[in-house]
Design a protein around this ligand. Structure first.
Ligand code: GAR
Length: 210
């Protein structure tokens, strides 16, 4: 599949940067067509500008009707000829119209091993605090399909990291983030190589070079 990506992000954009680096290093065959953010001041927009990639802030609060917000997102996706969406720290629910139009071509990265420590309100440092509070011995990252609910679509790739005795939410977040930067480009490359098969909730990864 020829990946023409939209990256949706709300924050600093380190996963977006990891995607750009993987493309530059030819570990990922894809093109980022547009970056969309729900926050005009998000750092990710600056990264996009430096990389000369179209970057657009679409703030939900500017729309009185949610349907108009959804249409504004879809209009950008059409305008930039996007065929695949990667959420990278996007802290808003994706409108159902977008989910339906991009079913199985819309993925997210989550900083824990789903289905643990996911769902509404579970993002960023809260995830790592909850993992430590529970006393888990491992955590990790999950790339998963996005469906109509929070963090509930089938996992595509997961990788573990250990939780260490003296971890704080910050040290654990940093260890997980390093793994996120590995598995997100890897997962996208599997789509580029047509190696993903979805059977119900099971996402099967086909062998390469077939
Ligand atoms: C990442 O850790 C990502 O997994 C998380 O937000 C961070 C964004 O960082 N996403 C979620 O928590 C989604 N529930 P980044 O802007 O540096 O890529």
């Amino acid at each position: 599949m020829n990946l023409r990506l939209a990256v949706f992000a709300s924050g600093r954009g380190s996963n977006f940067q990891a995607i750009l680096q993987a493309i530059a290093a030819q570990r990922l065959q894809a093109q980022v067509m547009v970056v969309l953010s729900n926050r005009a001041e998000a750092g990710v927009l600056q990264i996009a500008q430096v990389a000369q990639i179209p970057a657009v802030a679409i703030e939900e609060k500017r729309f009185t009707e949610f349907a108009d917000y959804a249409h504004a997102l879809l209009a950008q996706l059409t305008k930039h000829d996007v065929n695949f969406i990667a959420l990278a720290g996007f802290m808003r629910k994706i409108p159902i119209e977008v989910v339906r139009q991009f079913r199985h071509r819309l993925v997210n990265i989550h900083p824990a091993l789903l289905p643990s420590f996911g769902g509404k309100g579970m993002y960023g440092h809260r995830v790592h605090e909850a993992v430590l509070e529970y006393g888990c011995k491992v955590s990790g990252a999950t790339v998963h399909f996005v469906d109509e609910e929070y963090d509930s679509g089938p996992p595509i790739l997961q990788r573990c990291v250990p939780v260490l005795n003296d971890d704080t939410p910050e040290t654990l977040a940093a260890r997980v983030l390093a793994i996120e930067h590995q598995i997100y480009p890897e997962a996208l490359q599997l789509f580029a190589e047509n190696r993903i098969r979805v059977e119900g909730r099971r996402v099967k990864i086909l062998e390469g070079n077939f």
